[in-house]
Design a binder for this molecule. Structure first.
Ligand SMILES: [Zn+2]
Length: 159
């Protein structure tokens, strides 16, 4: 029940951030673009209310060039439950563009990663495009983060 979940974003899992930095580097000179998904902190063993970003979902068919990335909106799942977005700036500028500001209203956390994609080459912004901070957390990611299905899905498939 979404209604009863705390929407506070405590931070991002270190592995997830490293993954996004690597993916941005691999996508260079084009932009990398994905949506951020989060897990309840308690599920990750943290004794805190809130959510931790654990996953980057790249929408199939996303097209990108050095200045922009275009998401096929008809490919975005209805149940995406994204808490924000991540995208890269191959020109290394760690500020939202005017086009970015037009999309940031969806979600609370927006990460911009800039070339050369080293640790620290990223900034976080809120839905207004103002800088905000999030912690990088050392947590063990649940297995379902890496495989896009759960045991329930498998059971349903087999029944
Ligand atoms: Zn941008």
């Amino acid at each position: 029940m979404r209604l009863f979940r705390s929407s506070e974003i405590l931070g991002i899992a270190r592995d997830t951030l490293e993954f996004a930095l690597e993916a941005s580097e691999e996508t260079h000179p084009n932009e990398y673009m994905g949506f951020l998904r989060a897990e309840d902190a308690r599920k990750l063993g943290l004794e805190k209310e809130g959510q931790v970003i654990t996953d980057v979902l790249v929408i199939p068919g996303t097209k990108s060039d050095p200045m922009s990335a275009t998401v096929q909106t008809n490919m975005v799942p209805n149940d995406i439950k994204a808490v924000g977005s991540v995208h890269s700036h191959p020109n290394g500028v760690l500020r939202p563009s005017n086009a970015d500001l037009g999309t940031f209203h969806k979600g609370d956390v927006h990460i911009i990663i800039g070339a050369p994609y080293d640790w620290g080459d990223w900034r976080v912004f809120d839905s207004n495009g103002d800088p905000r901070s999030i912690d990088v957390l050392d947590v063990d990611l649940p297995e379902e983060t890496f495989f896009d299905f759960t045991q329930e899905d498998i059971d349903e498939e087999l029944s």
